[in-house]
Design a protein around this ligand. Sequence first.
Ligand SMILES: [Zn+2]
Length: 243
Amino acid sequence: MSETRFDNALERVLVVIAHPDDAEFWLGGTIARWTASGAEVSYLVLTDGEAGGFDPGVPRADIPRIRRAEQEAAAAVLGVSDIRFLGLREGSLLQPRGEPHAEVVRAIRRTRPQVVVTWSPEWNWQRFRSCHPDHLATGAVTLRAVYPDAGNRFAPTFLLEDAGLEAWTAEEIWLINSPHSNHYVDVTGTFEAKVRAVAVHRSQTAHYADLAGRLRGRIAPNAVPAGLPEGRLAEAFQVVSNR
Ligand SMILES: [Zn+2]
């Protein structure tokens, strides 16, 4: 299992995601480990995921409120309280030089993370149904914010209007759902917390008979490339250096 600079000694992380529940499904065990060791983890949730859910009895207009509340409660299970919602419309992220770009730059400068976690902007053909257009667009907009504008004090002036937000360079980007995973976090010890956090997203998961088994099945195969004994559970990332 390859090492990165921030396996230990991680102080601040920014997680930029497309929908409420992305963070818990994809790195809930890793976040639980980080917060347990004292790291501050912040979320920036770009859309309310208003096209999500499975129950036609729930009024569609209620979904954004339900999903924000679920997101706050699920993050609390993992020890995360700094959550900002941009409230963009699901499916509206495909103009990456517009408002989302400026907001992600601001979030990086506000939270000053060593590591930014986001979606891979690349198609992962092994997991096509995880390649929601919002996921790919979130990855693209976040990578363009990390470099160059967040770290460039001479970036376009519209990015500098917030007093006190100095330029900030995050040293690593950790991508989820990448076709080129190169780093694995052993989450065997925090898997139970992850299951509890994902289950809080009731509007998305209450119809699954065996949520824990489903989540286990998604990450159990990672033990092999992670070099862990069979039966251990690991979440996968592609770690990219921004140094
Ligand atoms: Zn999503």
